[in-house]
Design a protein around this ligand. Structure first.
Ligand code: G1P
Length: 296
């Protein structure tokens, strides 16, 4: 078992068209949709920084300028807030630009998650890196990404995050067949399949949007043809690495049992907003009182 190198870089794919949220996303990237008062993507960037990843690369596309603006300085706005003496809002505005620097590369065509990750090849080079998908929010009290980085350091392989789902839900996710490793809190991934039917699914373990990848994945992605939905699937490249041997092969899984919010689907987005809002000191109690009354 080879030792992995330390992970410094995070890749955040944000090139999706956001069709599930139309018309809200007609003129605005879906990543900017607010979860309480922060864009969903800011939670993800904060999680990467919190896990010690200092080099951030966002994969964007057409109509995504708002993302760059959000993480940039805003001198006029900052001056206005300063003159008003509005320290709290000034801090909030400056916090977003203080997370970076963030690098950007555009995915010219929507050819799938695997293709989006391949767009990071030149920036990442020959070192392990994390991938964080913007639709999944991981509770800030759960150290999922740090745990995955530790598993990479121990095994040298690629690491995915898994959750147990109701079997009826598995067709919305990548699905993994795994074997426990004695004495370890991570599992070996034997095979992966993207969005299988209930009948085809090898388990009820679903891939969620956090990955720590060996750079060998780039070479594999270059050789990976279109898969499910006619798109180049990251899951298919990981299947090749799971089945392979030698440098860069081997895929491991961390089964996550903490709190995760899915902002990619309308109903779960609403649940995420309500859950996180109800935990906010400034209005959480008022919101809960109102909800009880609302529900009768
Ligand atoms: C992507 C991956 C899938 C994974 C999911 C997690 O799918 O292809 O394997 O389970 O993210 O959110 P998407 O949700 O982009 O269709």
């Amino acid at each position: 078992m080879s030792m992995g190198r330390s992970v410094r870089k995070a890749v955040i794919p944000a090139a999706g068209l956001g069709t599930r949220f139309l018309p809200a996303t007609k003129a605005m990237p879906k990543e900017i949709l607010p979860v309480v008062d922060r864009p969903a993507i800011q939670y993800v960037v904060e999680e990467a920084v919190e896990a010690g990843l200092s080099d951030l690369l966002m994969i964007t596309g057409r109509n995504k300028r708002a993302l760059e603006d959000h993480f940039d300085r805003a001198p006029d706005l900052e001056r206005t807030l300063e003159l008003k003496g509005d320290e709290a809002r000034l801090d909030a505005v400056q916090h977003a630009s203080g997370l970076g620097p963030i690098h950007y590369v555009r995915q010219g065509e929507p050819k799938g998650l695997g293709h989006a990750v391949l767009c990071a090849k030149q920036h990442v080079g020959d070192e392990p890196f994390a991938v964080l998908l913007g639709d999944d929010l991981i509770d800030e009290n759960d150290q999922l990404l740090s745990t995955m980085i530790d598993v990479h350091a121990k095994t040298g392989g690629s690491v995915i995050a898994l959750i147990e789902v109701d079997p009826s839900q598995i067709s919305a996710y990548g699905c993994a067949d795994v074997t426990p490793i004695a004495g370890e809190d991570y599992v070996r991934v034997n095979s992966l399949v993207e969005k299988p039917s209930v009948e085809e699914a090898p388990s009820n373990l679903a891939v969620i949007g956090r990955y720590v990848l060996h750079p060998a994945v780039f070479g594999v992605l270059e050789e990976t043809g279109p898969g499910r939905g006619g798109e180049i699937q990251l899951t298919d490249a990981l299947q090749t690495l799971a089945k392979g041997e030698g440098e860069g092969a081997g895929v491991y899984g961390v089964v996550f049992r903490g709190r995760r919010y899915d902002t990619g689907v309308k109903l779960s987005y609403l649940k995420a907003v309500i859950t996180l809002a109800s935990e906010r000191a400034e209005f959480g109690e008022d919101l809960k009182t109102w909800m009880k009354a609302f529900l009768g």
